[in-house]
Design a protein around this ligand. Structure first.
Ligand code: ANZ
Ligand code: ZN
Length: 864
């Protein structure tokens, strides 16, 4: 038998697939139903493909091949998320131009992907850093701009004083710049934003059609629940009330007021102070009347160093009182002090809160630190006399007296602010609202505020508009021109793309690198023809990846980002797969772009990815995360070299459930390798009997095993249970391996099942049938790729074991094996066993003391 040489054979079939592109390309004209199967396109890093990529790409490759064999017209494309900060930093470190390093990396990725036999449609490959692509990224910017969905405004950004540049949140470590260790402050800068907040709720398209917004759209799609929850949390919808507090200056009521946002207006009688965010405009408006202005200014200055995240985590709860002014609670006209504290975030709600230390953790801490009053106004609602919601009562039959005492003590503690109670309950000490449940109190109080013109119901979202400006080089230039006469002017569509200059010193100097390039910067105004300057910021790379899945429908189109016809043909994406980490924002932004296009009638769907799956993280052998610095990274190239691509593919699919975390084991790659060797051996050594599917004299268990296997593998691929599909194929091979003569039709069908998992070996064995077949008409079939075969069907009736082997023991020794029908009775089974000639030899003339039957498996006879 010839040995399976994976290196030679895998290369051979990879070449064959490149010569026969119809096997992997989507068909433009086809009667077959379409299936769009997409992988999250990679950022082509210098480290090359890692085993997590392989996990993702193998799973969708199996699925795509499976769908093609089930007569779908499959679109399975790939491209490169090539722009961005990691690429730029990599290039800076290596001292090469990012354009060069990125394209070297892409070449490497392509070779690696081809070496594991992924059947991508390479004719649609895209690269977000190519002008053919970013021309359309810029087109999208203008499209949003023209519809009022891209705008410029001043916004706070992390500013490094020594690098003189904006840095991303992830680059701020303990308030210092990750790059130079310099102080980071929050600085107001002019930045571009996309109005994603317009699409949170459902909306109407221009043609009147109703579409789902970013929240409700989640209910229509098949995504992992945890991912949907992350999306919802990121959006952070919260329903509450805006309450207006009048401000009293010295001893006079002033005309000014401040608004707070609260989700717990039912606690307002317990408000003992009000807190403003340091960036609140209220304090600057009160400048002349604050008696401790210097202290206030110093505090505000000090908080500028912190990011919002640090502030929200703020353990100390620092702050200062704004002296000389008071706030007046509209419900009871009580005067409370006003504080500035950075645990209140300027950009959320109104940037001001009514503090209720008896019912809110943060306020509780702050009040403790600053010796402020606490007043409890909500107590746990009674369930029965003395029984309180939330209390754990072990013995309800105990005397109620005990509980009454307990409840009264608790009430008293809350009232005095000794004990904090954050839940909804019953309102006390709140005038006419006393006795109401929290929920009712909120409704009534809000209604009263609305009637008095002192407040209103308000829905608040944590989601902010998307800041897309980056003062970086390696990105798509923002297509805007500034003219002294005409102001902000959009680049004309015919002038796109605004080319990214290549002769730029991209190393960080503090200024946006494009601002320094004269050739880029100087331009004439498209409106008046006067000298003008270009916007020198580039776009966040998330903009590039927000629409790439649309481009695959029509990647060569020079007139449009994709034709309407092609968008209709291919979208939405039927199956999308990628890691769960870091994808909250990408998924949100992509959904936003889709919704904008739906609104303006470019497409008629409002969710881009109908089904989403994540692959689980693959850890290193030592159980830790794979990382270069730990030296525990597995390079898929080494596995391909040593074991073959098919073994790598099967190993990764066999490691465990696709979406779970798993640890690598080089030792365990031998399992799949041995399995494949066994497959190879069976096909090469056993006699295959050609009986055209109607083999009379083969044991029934073989066709039963075949149909069971077809059924299991089919269902398991469909449901993404690749590991159990592989187990079933292993069981098949073990069973068939016991026999010397094997029905060829069954072995052929098995090979088709194996093909999506081990495409190289399957093609090799399939093609070898061409020589071994006498029948001319069959030769043609075997000369074609196995991937042109139809996926086998199973016969449900044939998947039931009708006959099983019953073992017969006499005094503990196996004396016979008899085929029986699983459904026969115990009586019958015993009778059959005792009548066996082989058994009789040992029982005749002896007394039968006991006969034990294990259903469908065993008869144990004890004689004496
Ligand atoms: C009074 C109160 C009493 C509150 C109570 C809570 C409990 P979500 O659900 O996240 O929207 N808040 C409002 N604006 C804030 C800001 N800019 N920075 C920090 N905190 C802010 O949270 C809404 C609650 O968070 C609001 O309700 C407010 O505190 C606080 F027993 O008002 B609450
Ligand atoms: Zn002009």
């Amino acid at each position: 038998m010839k040995k399976y040489n994976h290196k030679k054979i895998e290369k051979k079939w990879q070449k064959y697939w490149e010569d026969n592109l119809e096997l992997s390309q989507a068909q433009e004209n086809s009667d077959k139903p379409k299936f769009y199967c997409l992988d999250m396109f990679p950022y082509p890093s210098g480290a090359g493909l890692h085993v997590g990529h392989v996990e993702n790409y193998t799973a969708t490759d199996i699925y795509s091949r499976f769908k093609r064999m089930n007569d779908f017209n499959v679109l399975h494309p790939i491209g490169w998320d090539a722009f961005g900060l990691p690429a730029e930093n990599f290039a800076i470190k290596q001292g090469v131009h990012p354009d060069k390093s990125t394209h070297d990396n892409i070449k490497n990725f392509i070779n690696q992907i081809k070496s594991i036999g992924i059947s991508y449609d390479w004719s649609r490959e895209i690269d977000t850093s190519s002008p053919e692509y970013y021309k359309w990224t810029q087109w999208f910017f203008l499209f949003l701009y023209k519809n009022g969905l891209a705008y410029k405004k001043k916004a706070k950004a992390n500013w490094c004083e020594s690098c003189k540049t904006v840095v991303a949140n992830e680059q701020v470590v303990d308030g210092k710049c990750e790059r130079c260790g310099g102080e980071i402050i929050q600085k107001d800068l002019e930045q571009w934003f996309f109005k994603i907040t317009d699409f949170i709720e459902d909306f109407k398209g221009e043609n009147g059609k109703e579409f789902s917004g970013l929240i409700n759209g989640l209910d229509k799609i098949d995504w992992p629940n945890s991912t949907k929850i992350s999306q919802k949390n990121w959006i952070g919808k919260s329903e509450g009330t805006i309450v207006s507090f009048e401000i009293k200056i010295s001893n006079e009521k002033s005309a000014t007021s401040l608004n707070v946002f609260t989700t717990r207006v039912d606690t307002i009688f317990g408000c003992t102070y009000v807190v403003l965010a340091p960036e609140s405009s209220v304090t600057s408006n009160l400048k002349s009347v604050i008696s401790n202005q210097k202290e206030v200014d110093e505090y505000i200055e000090a908080t500028k160093k912190k990011t919002d995240l640090e502030r929200m985590e703020n353990k100390e709860k620092t702050g200062v009182e704004v002296k000389g002014v008071k706030a007046i609670n509209p419900f009871n006209n009580e005067e409370v002090p006003i504080y500035i504290a950075d645990y209140v975030i300027g950009s959320y709600g109104t940037g001001a809160v009514m503090a209720v230390p008896a019912h809110d953790e943060r306020d509780f801490e702050f009040a403790n630190n600053h010796n402020l009053l606490k007043k409890g106004v909500i107590i746990p609602s009674p369930i029965k006399s003395g029984l309180l919601i939330g209390d754990e009562i072990d013995n309800v039959n105990d005397s109620y007296k005990h509980f009454d005492d307990y409840a009264n003590k608790k009430k008293d503690n809350i009232r005095k602010g000794i004990e904090i109670f954050v839940e909804d309950g019953t309102v006390i000490d709140s005038g006419e609202y006393s006795g109401l449940k929290s929920e009712e109190a909120r409704e009534k109080m809000t209604a009263w505020l609305e009637k008095e013109g002192k407040g209103e119901m308000k829905v608040n979202y944590r989601l902010r508009d998307w800041l897309v400006s980056r003062q970086r080089y390696w990105g798509a230039p923002i297509p805007i021109i500034y003219c002294d006469k005409c102001g902000e002017v959009a680049v004309l569509e015919k002038d796109l793309p605004v080319m990214l200059p290549t002769d730029v010193d991209f190393k960080p100097t503090g200024e946006s690198p494009l601002a320094i390039s004269k050739s880029f910067h100087d331009v004439t105004c498209p409106l008046c023809g006067e000298k003008a300057r270009r916007e020198s910021d580039t776009m966040d790379t998330f903009v590039c990846s927000s629409w790439y899945y649309l481009r695959f429908a029509d990647s060569q189109n020079k007139e449009e980002f994709a034709s309407r016809e092609n968008l209709e043909k291919w979208l939405p994406v039927d199956l999308y797969m990628g890691g769960a980490e870091h994808t909250v924002l990408h998924l949100l932004y992509a959904r936003f772009f889709t919704k904008v296009l739906a609104k303006y009638g470019y497409i008629n769907f409002d969710e881009p990815f109908l089904k989403l799956r994540h692959q689980g993280m693959i850890m290193a052998e030592d159980g830790r995360k794979m990382s270069k610095s730990l030296g525990n990274v597995v390079n898929p190239d080494d596995v391909v070299e040593g074991f073959g691509a098919d073994a790598l593919r099967i190993y990764e699919m066999f490691m465990g459930p696709i979406d779970e975390m798993k640890a690598w084991s080089m030792q365990n790659v031998n399992g799949p390798k041995n399995f494949l060797d066994k497959v190879w051996k069976i096909f090469n050594e056993k006699e295959l009997i050609d009986c055209g599917g109607d083999c009379k004299d083969i044991p029934r268990e073989l066709p039963v095993m075949l149909h069971k296997t077809i059924k299991k593998v089919t269902i398991d691929i469909e449901s993404f249970n690749f590991n159990t599909a592989i187990s079933q194929m292993m069981i098949f091979i073990n069973e068939f391996g016991k026999h010397d003569k094997l029905p060829k039709f069954a072995m052929e069908k098995f090979l088709i099942l194996l093909a999506p998992f081990a495409p190289h070996m399957a093609e090799e064995i399939w093609s070898s049938f061409a020589e071994a077949t006498a029948d001319k008409s069959d030769v043609e079939k075997y000369k074609q790729s196995i991937f042109l075969q139809k996926w086998p069907e199973f016969d449900e009736a044939m998947t039931k074991d009708e006959e099983v082997e019953m073992v017969v023991q006499v005094n503990g020794k196996i004396r016979d094996r008899i085929k029986i029908n699983t459904e026969i009775s115990e009586e019958e089974a015993k009778k059959i066993a005792l009548e066996s000639e082989k058994v009789k030899v040992y029982t005749e003339g002896k007394e039968i003391r006991k006969v034990i039957y294990v259903k469908g498996k065993l008869i144990s006879i004890v004689v004496g």
